[in-house]
Write a protein that binds this ligand. Structure first.
Ligand SMILES: [Fe+2]
Length: 257
């Protein structure tokens, strides 16, 4: 019960171990990263949050890195032992900051841009080049194994992915499920007020109004996600949902349908 621990002092904690591949199912796993910090108008706020990369091992031997975390040489070596680091994916305008680091280490990798991310990176002078744009349909290179669609959300709009064989939905910020015990005050209280915390998780609050304003597009995207019938959901922030994905999606998206 969050209210009972709300005022207890806590030290923010990570999803240890970090920077190592953790299998989730056949050919898909996650890598939890170090803390990142929210910046506003170029100022770094003292708000540490955890982030997570998803790695899909394609049948060609290529690796698909969704939302790469900060580059780490030992992690890169581990991933190289598993396959070829081929696709570096920015799923939304807020997850791209480390793609430049990975692409400088692996210049043959194909950097893939979410809509609007290049403009955002340029405005913030983040050094990253993109070779490919992502859209609502999966490109031929991975469409047999990974499907995708675009969830409308204004600047928070996101390309979401579905790994078919493991029935895993890969989300970035669309659903947030922060574990309050991993946060310190005053951020823990602020997160509690948003309702976007474990175990229920919620649609990221910044997406809700844009989802309603583009109801037709939203409904089509949500229905496509539901039709995939995912069994688990990987999230970039907070605790993933290892099972009951369909019930979680029904609960979180129902109001937008
Ligand atoms: Fe995020």
């Amino acid at each position: 019960m969050p209210g009972t621990t709300m005022l207890t002092p806590h030290v923010p904690s990570l999803y240890d171990p970090i920077n190592v591949y953790k299998p989730v199912a056949a050919d898909i796993g996650i890598v939890d990263g170090p803390f990142e910090y929210l910046t506003m108008i170029g100022v770094r706020l003292p708000l540490p949050f955890t982030t997570r990369m998803t790695v899909v091992h394609l049948r060609t031997g290529d690796l698909f890195l969704h939302s790469p975390i900060a580059f780490d040489a030992a992690l890169a070596t581990q991933l190289q032992s598993m396959g070829t680091i081929r696709y570096l994916i920015s799923p939304n305008q807020f997850h791209y900051a480390h793609i430049g680091e990975w692409s400088r280490a692996f210049p043959d990798a194909i950097t893939c841009a979410s809509p609007g991310v290049l403009r955002r990176a340029r405005a913030r002078r983040i050094d990253v080049q993109f070779k490919r744009d992502l859209g609502p349909n999966a490109p031929q290179e991975w469409s047999d194994e990974i499907d995708q669609t675009a969830i409308p959300g204004g600047i928070f709009g996101e390309i979401v992915f579905f790994h078919k064989v493991s029935k895993t939905l890969i989300l970035t910020d669309t659903i947030i499920n922060i574990e309050l015990d991993k946060m310190s005050q005053p951020w823990r209280l602020a997160t509690w007020l948003t309702g976007m915390y474990y175990p229920r998780g919620q649609i990221f609050f910044g997406m809700r109004l844009p989802l309603l304003l583009q109801r037709k597009k939203s409904r089509a995207a949500i229905e496509r996600v539901l039709a995939w019938k995912p069994e688990r959901i990987i999230l970039s922030h907070g605790r993933c949902f290892e099972s009951n994905a369909n019930a979680i999606l029904q609960r979180t998206f129902n109001w937008a349908l």
